[in-house]
Design a protein. Structure first.
Length: 102
């Protein structure tokens, strides 16, 4: 699993039948800033993820990738590689709160 920020949405009018009705979001994985360990910074990568939870732009989310993305009841038969599995409320590192959903 990874923490990621939702940075945008994807609209695709032509796609496989199994993907019709699936909400697609652009997500950017984050990691703990290594020097001060008091903030998160982008990894510089971007993925497209299926969202079954109702996340929106600006939300921090939990994502999973690879074959694990197809282990949920909602995605078991979809040809996907990334899925949002949670919306993050807070992130705490060494007793310091470094992210809080507003």
């Amino acid at each position: 699993m990874f923490v990621a920020k939702v940075t945008g949405s994807i609209v695709s009018t032509q796609k496989m039948d199994s993907m019709i009705g699936q909400k697609l979001l652009m997500v950017e994985p984050y990691r703990l800033e290594p020097k001060d360990r008091q903030s998160m910074v982008t990894t510089g990568r971007t993925f497209i993820a299926v969202d079954a939870l109702g996340a929106g732009v600006g939300d921090m989310v939990l994502i999973t990738q690879g074959s694990s993305a197809r282990f949920t009841p909602e995605t078991g038969k979809l040809p996907i590689d990334c899925v949002i599995i949670g919306i993050v409320d807070t992130v705490s590192i060494e007793k310091a709160n470094i992210y809080s959903r507003q």
